[in-house]
Design a protein around this ligand. Structure first.
Ligand SMILES: Cc1cc2nc3c(=O)[nH]c(=O)nc-3n(C[C@H](O)[C@H](O)[C@H](O)COP(=O)(O)O)c2cc1C
Length: 188
């Protein structure tokens, strides 16, 4: 992407990419993603996050085999973990999920800006996913994997978009409205 792109362009360009080229992601790009993640806001500036970076076909195959909803051919993964012990006060410890989610979103937007494709694989709060991820990656009990960013060069293109919906916006105070017919669930 060129310098003239605005922050909105990058935000709208971030889409879930689930098909990847057979090409490794360079270490410096993975480090940029980590820089973006660790630029996120955090309650009481507590930075309760830690990251496990997984690369290499063999390691990725093992990780993938434990993830039912993530059998995609990404060459790399960054596991965003929360370590509430790292937070510097009780209030901050309670916000580790939000802090780590902010880090994850920063990472995903940065990936779009770097021409990479990525998708957020949900882990927390499902014990059936947390436990195998902990076990495979040797993550101790006091550290909880929040989610995994699969990362690679994209082999599919998705158009930028927002899902702006005026119905979901209340100006000044919450305005009670008739419920709308539910949209069909989509997973794309
Ligand atoms: C908390 C969370 C968990 C998710 N888990 C998965 C997942 O396990 N597998 C997957 O393919 N996509 C997963 N996604 C991606 C969503 O399916 C995707 O963001 C959504 O369909 C909207 O598409 P978009 O990301 O292209 O805007 C997850 C997203 C979030 C925020």
């Amino acid at each position: 992407m060129t310098e003239s792109r605005t922050v909105m362009d990058y935000i709208l360009a971030r889409r879930s990419v689930r098909r990847y080229q057979e090409r490794e992601v360079e270490r410096d790009k993975l480090e940029l993603l980590l820089q973006a993640a660790m630029a996120a806001p955090a309650a009481a500036n507590s930075e309760p996050w830690e990251f496990v970076v997984v690369t290499g076909q063999e390691a990725m195959d093992v990780l993938r085999s434990h993830l039912l909803f993530a059998r995609y051919n990404a060459p790399a993964a960054i596991v965003v973990c929360g370590n509430p012990e790292r937070a510097n006060n009780t209030a901050a410890r309670q916000f580790w999920v939000q802090d780590c989610s902010a880090a994850m979103e920063n990472l995903l937007i940065a990936a779009a800006g770097l021409g990479l494709g990525a998708v957020w694989i949900g882990v927390y709060p499902l014990p059936s996913v947390i436990n195998p991820v902990r076990q495979v990656l040797n993550i101790p009990d006091e550290v909880t994997p929040l989610g995994i960013a699969y990362v690679g060069y994209p082999a599919e293109e998705k158009p930028p978009r927002t899902r702006y919906d005026a119905y979901k916006v209340h100006w000044q105070v919450y305005e009670l409205r008739k419920p709308r017919a539910k949209k069909k669930e989509r997973h794309v």
